[in-house]
Design a protein around this ligand. Sequence first.
Ligand code: NAD
Length: 465
Amino acid sequence: MAEQYDLVVLGGGTGGYVAAIRAAQLGLKTAVVEREKVGGTCLHRGCIPTKALLHTAEVLNTFRHAADLGIAAGDPVLDYPRAMARKDRVVNQLWRGVQYLLRKNGVTVVAGTGRLRPGGVEVAGPDGTRSLDARDVLVATGSAPRALPGLPFDGERVLSSDDVLERPVIPRRLVIVGGGAIGVEFASMYADFGTEVTLLEMMPHILPQDDAEVAAELTRILSRRGVMIHAGATVDVAGITVSDTGVRVPVRLASQDTATFEGDALLVAVGREPLTADIGLESVGVTVNRGFIEVDALYRTKAPHVWAIGDCIGGLLLAHVAAHEGIIAVEAIAGQKPEPLDPRRVPRVTYCRPEVASVGLTAEEAEAAGRRVKVGKFPFQANGRSLILGEAEGFVKLVADADTDDLLGAHIIGPHASDLVNEMALARFLEATPWEVGTSVHAHPTVSEVLHEAAFVVEGHPIHI
Ligand code: NAD
């Protein structure tokens, strides 16, 4: 006998479990189907474990510079197994939290692999098959690391981000292909752990979706820390050789010279692909484009009563985007009128050291869209709190419309960028102008004063520069 639900969510990652909780709050009888652990990529193989290890790297670096702060801490030694164990504890604590929240909200978690069928989902689980009838189905199956063509991940020498998080050893030499968020975060972390890192990016600069000046500043800082960065590099994927001792990666550099980089292992960080095969999409009439499910602004697919959110629909593959999309979809399912998500209001963060964060348009993007822009830049060097922290590298760059005065974008490289960007996202949401950001009183001494000073720069009357 089929079980009856108002909503079945296929996939219990950040998008899926948040959607399920919101659905339950709205009175929908809800089940989440999950074949592994609720929490998904972000909690078990992504954001949380990487940031836990990146925090170890940051503290290690702080200890290395403890003498500057007047503390004789000696030479710090990394205990990597303990760092890994701590990462696992953080993940498990949050995992228990997610399970508790689902229970508390009355969401049924169905263990197993789900497949859509007209009117519901069939689940092949450890205890056999369960048939779930649902008025609506929300697909939130996520994504997986993309391999280079002809070079599958082997977990030993050719690694995905999933693999590196499980590996008990730190590579002595690591070649990373892909200078996006994953490549840059692991380059920063392993450089702090003492690995000799080579970072290869095919686009003209690392973090190609970020402001070019921000990327140049990060390139300078990481290079000084010993990361060998080659942007504009074409990796000869067919020429990569993998042996028992390591990898050799032939590359045509931006200069057109050729070079071969060697490492104990190769981390492939060239993006992620949607997990949309074999989940019965065709049986109900859901359409895909390059594997990504096609949806409208409220996440309706082409099939009636089937919705999709998160990495499996493409766009910005970010946990906070998936969660937000899940809430919007479920509110629409419940008959509410949610505000569609504007990607230009979504903050994006790369958790390298120093952090990089942005929201909205770069000056170049705004100009390409036909806007006249004015830009205000302010260095962390001129911010008291950053100097106190001993982390005064980087800058903030605000982009505003010269005609309407609207704040169009904020681009940050420096300490606490991941938190600072949320103030700028709120400013974008409230359609604030630089005058409003500058006139809003910021406590002193705080790092966030850089935002208020950068706003003054846009207005043409900075105080501290
Ligand atoms: P990405 O798309 O961010 O970056 C991949 C990079 O690889 C790009 O810069 C691309 O130009 C480059 N590339 C692709 N093929 C290449 C090749 N053959 N040779 C050299 N360079 C090549 O993808 P990612 O870094 O793998 O991350 C996957 C997804 O996960 C992204 O959508 C990312 O936003 C998300 N993510 C986000 C965070 C965060 O928000 N902090 C962290 C990790 C991952």
